[in-house]
Design a protein around this ligand. Structure first.
Ligand SMILES: NC(=O)c1ccc[n+]([C@@H]2O[C@H](COP(=O)([O-])OP(=O)(O)OC[C@H]3O[C@@H](n4cnc5c(N)ncnc54)[C@H](OP(=O)(O)O)[C@@H]3O)[C@@H](O)[C@H]2O)c1
Length: 283
């Protein structure tokens, strides 16, 4: 019997990377899945995989930065499947660049998706999750534990999400709704090929060495298990756990290394029309 047998899961950011793999993992574990993101054609592809795994899929185009979109996804899921047990607030991207190269608009764009998009998903899903004593999953980042230069926008957004998740977790406990914060570390996905405006640069290269990347389906299995067990906070990768440990115990050393690396790395920020960046944040 699967971990989510007979349940209904909603995943934002289900059109690629971690969200797509997670939608499929929920299906393998017995759930019907509502798939939300902006690219409908990509969602349709994931939906076919969910159906091939023997579960029902619903595609609902959604931009988590738009008020009302997440409510539409929840309403459509409940209309089609009759209930909602899991809401995975996973949609996100990374703005990179030094503070003095970025603008308030860059930070706002980052927060609209990574923070307010998560909150929109939670507000929309909560009434239904209260009925089922359900589960909220939030994809944070190790960048929400370890702040590094050039990633201040992304890191600040993930610190915000971490505070949100860990505080709300205790507020909802009495109602039987759990909140699980996932901090992946480096996972195979498209995130490091997406620019500061949220557009995918197909030809951008993955800057993280292969040996350091966790496979997407392995990440999805770990996330599904953590959400099923109602864990509070889970770092997925060994390097992520090590980074979090090192920062907790030796923050000054980590900051000293980070400061030195700034001088050595050229900025990765870029503007529309610029060539694709050499690498991207996140982890
Ligand atoms: N991969 C990693 O190494 C890593 C590490 C730490 C944390 N994370 C976190 O994992 C989550 C998933 O990222 P990923 O790595 O799987 O990257 P990805 O492959 O680029 O997937 C990002 C997903 O978010 C969706 N999305 C972006 N903006 C959206 C918006 N405004 N409205 C709705 N959906 C939106 C994208 O779909 P559309 O473009 O179709 O809308 C896509 O499905 C993010 O929160 C990211 O911060 C990833």
């Amino acid at each position: 019997m699967g971990l989510f047998e007979g349940k209904v899961a909603l995943v934002t950011g289900a059109s690629s990377g971690i969200g797509a793999a997670l939608a499929l993992e929920f299906a393998r574990q017995g759930a019907d899945v509502a798939l939300a993101a902006r690219r409908e054609d990509r969602l349709a592809r994931v939906a076919r995989e969910v159906e091939a795994a023997g579960r029902r899929a619903l595609v609902v185009p959604c931009d988590v930065t738009r008020d009302g979109d997440c409510e539409r996804v929840v309403a459509a899921a409940v209309e089609r499947f009759g209930r909602l047990d899991v809401a995975m607030a996973n949609a996100g991207f990374g703005v990179s660049g030094r503070f003095d190269e970025l603008t308030l608009a860059d930070y706002r764009r980052q927060f609209e998706v990574n923070v307010f998009g998560v909150m929109r998903t939670m507000y929309a899903a909560l009434p239904e999750l209260r009925k089922t004593r359900g589960r909220i999953g939030i994809t944070g980042s190790v960048s929400g534990i370890v702040p590094l230069p050039i990633t201040s926008a992304y890191s600040a957004s993930k610190f915000a999400v971490r505070g949100l998740a860990l505080a709300v977790c205790d507020e909802l406990r009495a109602e039987g709704v759990s909140v699980t914060l996932i901090e992946p570390g480096f996972v195979v996905s498209e995130i490091r090929k997406v620019d500061n405006l949220g557009r995918l640069r197909e030809t951008a290269r993955e800057p993280i060495p292969k040996w350091l990347l966790l496979a997407t389906d392995a990440a999805a299995r770990k996330i599904a298990r953590a959400v099923a067990r109602r864990r509070r906070e889970v770092v997925l990768t060994f390097h992520g756990k090590f980074g979090a440990w090192a920062y907790r115990h030796f923050p000054r050393t980590v900051h000293a290394f980070a400061a030195r690396s700034v001088g050595e790395r050229r900025s990765r920020s870029f503007r529309p029309g610029d060539p694709p960046p050499p690498d991207r944040p996140a982890g």
